[in-house]
Design a protein around this ligand. Structure first.
Ligand code: PGA
Length: 257
């Protein structure tokens, strides 16, 4: 399995800034065959950046899309419209769940729409700080995972990537609230247990599980060295050229160890 390093640019950069940043990234990024580097700019930048990107070096992801392919859905962009533009789509990010009110049901339909349109969904799951405080972490992960994969058939499971992102560990400057290695290990084991339970024993080992939440070039290596962590979903640090490149280099180092 490849190691996935996904940069989530969130609501940052104008189209022009995104294009300049991509240009610099393409020049600086080492090209490792066993590492899949993906960047997720805002929707408006996807189309022009798809003409600029070198897909041998990096791939594009959308940060969100709508689950119906066409119709009267004002303001939405569909997976079918993104089909030839991106290879991946982040789905069910905690900011969409908690700020935009996205439900497990919507996430489920989006995962199905992505697969239908040959876009690899990166399904995000993770508990809020309050849920963690009440000891609900395992239930939340279970509900979000089973909910999100509700329309994914046995044959389709290997088209999915899962990302564990504890909400309390996202956007913490300088990693002050970064998740402990044990928390991450427990969650990744649980995710694979649930996948095996639902899809049959042995299926989960081939499904990439990523970790996200205040990842930077100093902690990336430790996260990636955890058994069962197959990559990273990087927010803030993916906006800094040297940080993002160093995270990719750390991934290569861990693979070579
Ligand atoms: P962060 O964001 O790395 O800035 O914490 C991660 C994410 O939200 O995907």
């Amino acid at each position: 399995m490849k190691t996935y390093i996904v940069g989530n640019w969130k609501l940052n950069f104008t189209v022009g800034e995104a294009s300049i940043y991509l240009h610099k990234l393409l020049k600086a990024m080492p090209n490792y065959r066993d590492i899949e580097v993906v960047v997720a700019p805002s929707t408006i930048a996807l189309q022009p950046l798809s003409l600029q990107i070198d897909r041998h070096v990096m791939k594009l992801a959308a940060q969100n899309a709508f689950y119906r392919d066409f119709g009267a859905f004002t303001g939405e962009v569909s997976f079918s419209q993104l089909r030839s533009v991106v290879d991946y789509c982040i789905i069910g990010h905690s900011e969409r769940r908690n700020i935009l009110g996205e439900s497990d049901k919507m996430v489920q339909k989006k995962v199905a729409a992505a697969i239908r349109n040959k876009i690899t969904p990166i399904l995000c799951v993770g508990e809020l700080e309050s849920e963690r405080a009440f000891g609900e972490t395992r239930d939340v992960i279970r509900d979000q995972l089973i909910g999100g994969l509700g329309e994914v058939s046995d044959d389709e499971l290997d088209k999915v990537i899962i990302a564990y992102e504890p909400v309390w560990a996202i956007s913490s400057t300088k990693g002050a609230r970064a998740a402990g290695l044990e928390d991450i290990s427990d969650a990744v084991i649980l995710i694979r247990e649930i996948l095996d339970e639902v899809y049959g024993k042995g299926r989960a080992k081939d499904i990439p599980v990523l970790f996200g939440g205040s990842v930077n070039s100093s902690n990336a290596g430790a996260y990636l060295a955890l058994p069962g962590v197959d990559g990273l979903l990087v927010g803030g640090a993916s906006l800094i050229l040297s940080e993002f490149v160093d995270i990719v280099k750390a991934a290569k180092r861990v693979r070579n160890e």
